[in-house]
Design a protein. Sequence first.
Length: 289
Amino acid sequence: MSKKALLIASTSSGHGRGLHFLSRVAEGLRSAYDELSVFVSPSQEEGKEKAVAAALEGCEIIVLGGDGTFNAVVNDLAPLGLCPTVGYVNAGTLGDVGRNFGVSSRLGKAIKIIRAGKSAPFDVVEAASDEKTAYFAYMMACGIYSEIPYVSQGRRKAVLGRFDYYRLALRDALKKSEVRYALMGAGIRKEGKSPFLLFLNGERVAGFRVNRLANCSDGKFEAFVAEPGAFNGLLHYLSKKKLFVSSFSSCHVEVDENTLWCLDGEPLLRGSVSLKCLPSAFRVYSVGK
């Protein structure tokens, strides 16, 4: 049986960084496949059509882009229930999702990982609101700081890169913000106010290792809820004294109907949500552990 892959490149990740390296990545991977097709995605809808059609034909999907591009592919393919194999070549600003699999921003290393052919299962988390269902590979958040990935854009982001994220985080740290919530699951009910709610299926957020419990294939995800405090609760992540942390396979979160949720850096849902881990929904090329 022939081994086929579709390489999807984003036109927006890293302000065109992916396109700049497209030919190098394609050439680096071509010998690993009997057939390698390349598609430059001008829109999310066209990218979805290509990814779904390729997955249904048994192709692997290689993502050349940022965390948002990877999230788009996850959202395109998760409803199919096919457990497709994907590869990731980071061309974004932070590449948090790739670091779960040992993929850094070094193109050569990412290509080498895919060529080595070692894949592992990884979970995704389904998030359902009253309006729609979406999926995340590594993070979901609401409240202060959660808007930074999609607010940071334009020439400033192109010049500053991850430091533009930190600039915005400093700005947000000086604003008072609170989300009223109720979190229910695994026999737990926790409610109150928090500057921001964070759910992680991975280790990192904004380049920092936050989730030391992270295991992308254990059928669970972690919730982090900080109490209000200095810098909108950021310091609680250091002391852990006023930080609620718990693992769930499913849970429900009630918030105001206008609360916007960011999934893998993309603003995708509003209002109360029900979360459910989908174990081993994908396979991904990784360095292994």
